[in-house]
Design a protein around this ligand. Structure first.
Ligand code: CO
Ligand code: ZN
Length: 339
């Protein structure tokens, strides 16, 4: 349950928020043979449907977009000035190779005159694409183009590192689950857009699908690095079942249901309370009159950097748990259940 070639291809696809087309094309190729219907909505959410006989719907969701740097100005020497698309830490963004959708490469650095790198703010960050003039730069990059970290897929024992593990590792997990999943319910696998800029895609998709249950998949932080803030989640300790984050409090009935599914199948899990940061789980919960919504998280270190790191044992556990949950779900009618 680790299709390395697929995971690598999905991780390395270009796709900052609002420019998810390349990721969507790659994922579509994988889900098409597994689905009865695949379509894209007006926002760009990619939706793969596997029809069931029960008349009930389960939505699975993982976001396709990654964080990026949008070009806001090009100076006379050809340096690009940028703003953030999603949660980019300007200090982490210094001295990185980056790439644009058209293949243009560049490197980032910061204004060195005022202070040390640790105080860098976004206004002091720039991209050098090797141009010697504004004209030369403009031939390659336009205002509004978005750069992403040019990160390399790296295997380290049980662990892998790359940019955009948030949340492409979960997109791959959903596809792996679709390959083996059995359910009497209709499955709507939704690969969402614009999560990193405020959970924008998932809510629209959930409104139109109006599922009886949603299970989102995203990465979550860990508390297992040197001198980091305390958090009980650790790499290699299993899939994480979300209790809450800043976008959602998962209804205990959904959390318990996921924990029971894990226990029945002997799947390693841990509970997750994420201090800051939201997920599509919350956007889905608040639409279409309220939707039962929970989240399986894949623990990840160094989130929103080019070296995001996850453990393949947790990845496999997340795939297994998703299959177990879908197989176990007995869905009462919406709005009457779970008093
Ligand atoms: Co993120
Ligand atoms: Zn994410």
């Amino acid at each position: 349950m680790y299709d390395k070639e697929m995971l690598k291809e999905i991780l390395e696809a270009y796709g900052p928020s609002g420019r998810e087309q390349e990721v969507s094309r790659v994922i579509r190729r994988y889900v098409q043979p597994l689905s009865d219907e695949v379509y894209t909505d007006a926002l760009g959410n990619l939706i793969a449907v596997k029809k069931g006989s029960s008349g009930k719907k389960i939505m699975l969701s993982a976001h396709m977009d990654q964080i990026g740097l949008v070009v806001v100005d090009i100076d006379e020497k050809g340096f690009l000035r940028v703003s953030n698309v999603g949660g980019v830490n300007p200090v982490i963004a210094v001295a990185r190779p980056v790439r644009f959708e058209n293949g243009t490469r560049g490197v980032t650095y910061f204004e060195t005159k005022k202070h040390s790198v640790k105080d860098t703010v976004m206004q002091e960050l720039f991209i050098d694409i090797g141009a010697e003039s504004r004209q030369e730069a403009e031939a390659k990059v336009q205002i509004g183009d978005v750069a992403v970290y040019a990160a390399e897929f790296t295997e380290m024992g049980n662990r892998i590192s790359c940019g955009a593990l948030d949340d492409r590792i979960a997109c791959a997990a959903v596809i792996e689950a679709l390959r083996t999943m059995k359910s009497e319910h209709s499955i709507y696998a939704v690969f969402t857009v614009q999560e990193e800029v405020g959970l924008r895609g998932a809510g629209a998709a959930a409104y139109s699908i109006a599922p009886d249950l949603n299970i989102s998949l995203d990465v979550t932080g860990t508390g297992d690095m040197p001198e980091c803030s305390p958090m009980s989640v650790a790499l290699g300790a299993g899939a994480a079942i979300k209790v809450m984050d800043s976008s959602v409090i998962v209804p205990p009935v959904v959390r318990d249901f996921l924990e029971e599914a894990a226990e029945e199948q002997g799947i390693a899990v841990q509970r997750e309370v994420l201090r800051g940061g939201g997920t599509d789980t919350g956007a889905v919960q608040r639409t279409a009159g309220g939707i039962l919504s929970g989240c399986i998280s894949i623990p990840c270190r160094y989130i929103h950097s080019p070296v995001e790191t996850a453990d393949l044992r947790d990845y496999r556990a997340a795939v297994q748990l998703l299959c177990a949950a879908v197989a176990k779900a007995e869905l009462p009618d919406r709005h009457t259940q779970f008093q």
